[in-house]
Design a protein around this ligand. Structure first.
Ligand code: DER
Length: 227
């Protein structure tokens, strides 16, 4: 589909930003998969990176199958670059992420990286967060009912994410609530702080003050901003 082509264009362009000797973080999802493929090809063509840190078991498996040298945050607590997709991107580069269920490790890597580059097709660009995608929130399973109550009091419609009719379990053995805010999220920092104040919440899919650059593949080619 055209969208897959655009995602691939973004993934390839981002892979070309990776320089010799870097430690890179690899995101999760279909756009990040194109990045992983493109990085693997660059490595086969001679690019020498120190290592890549995957943001999920799924990305670990894909990268390992493509012979990308893997490392971890204990060996490399600071990354030169983290590259990942997003579900929504606003004009201030604030993101909603987590549709793929990997938001905790993604955010850990994003916060460990000197530079976080987002890769996407045009459908991810929004003027305001929260209108198209629910906000994923990773929680400790035993606290799910009180947390659901408190999230509802914040105005969210809360759904426990399921996969194959059982609650979805993250790589970190937690649950995910998909939170829909009918009016959208006009003040992401405020909403993020309110959600983080609920005991038992592990992490939210609001990525604020993390992304530095975005690479959009689209019908006019690849756009990177800011340059
Ligand atoms: O779940 C995630 O955070 C993914 O990165 C998601 O935000 C983007 O997934 P996609 O590239 O498959 O659209």
């Amino acid at each position: 589909s055209p969208q897959d082509t655009w995602k691939q264009m973004a993934g390839v362009a981002a892979a070309n930003l990776i320089q010799e000797g870097m430690v890179v973080g690899l995101g999760t999802g279909s756009t990040a998969a194109y990045l992983v493929q493109a990085l693997s090809q660059r490595i086969q063509q001679g690019l020498q990176i120190v290592g890549a840190v995957p943001s999920s078991q799924a990305t670990y498996d894909l990268a390992a199958s493509l012979n990308i040298p893997l490392t971890d945050l204990d060996i490399h607590p600071e990354l030169d670059m983290y590259i990942d997709g997003a579900d929504e991107i606003d004009p201030q580069l604030r993101l909603i992420k987590g549709a793929g269920g990997a938001l905790l490790r993604e955010k850990i890597l994003a916060s460990a990286a000197r530079r976080f580059v987002v890769i996407a097709d045009p459908s991810k660009k929004v003027t305001q967060l929260g209108h198209r995608f629910p906000l994923p929130v990773e929680i400790v399973p035993l606290a799910k009912t009180p947390i659901k109550l408190k999230l509802s009091k914040l105005g969210a419609q809360v759904e426990l994410r399921h996969r194959d009719n059982i609650p979805f379990i993250t790589d970190n053995h937690n649950y995910i609530f998909d939170c829909t805010f009918p009016q959208g999220i006009s003040n992401p920092a405020e909403v993020d702080a309110q959600i983080h104040s609920i005991v038992g919440v592990v992490e939210t899919g609001l990525f604020l003050n993390l992304a530095q650059q975005v690479v959009i593949g689209g019908p006019e080619g690849v756009q990177i901003f800011p340059q």
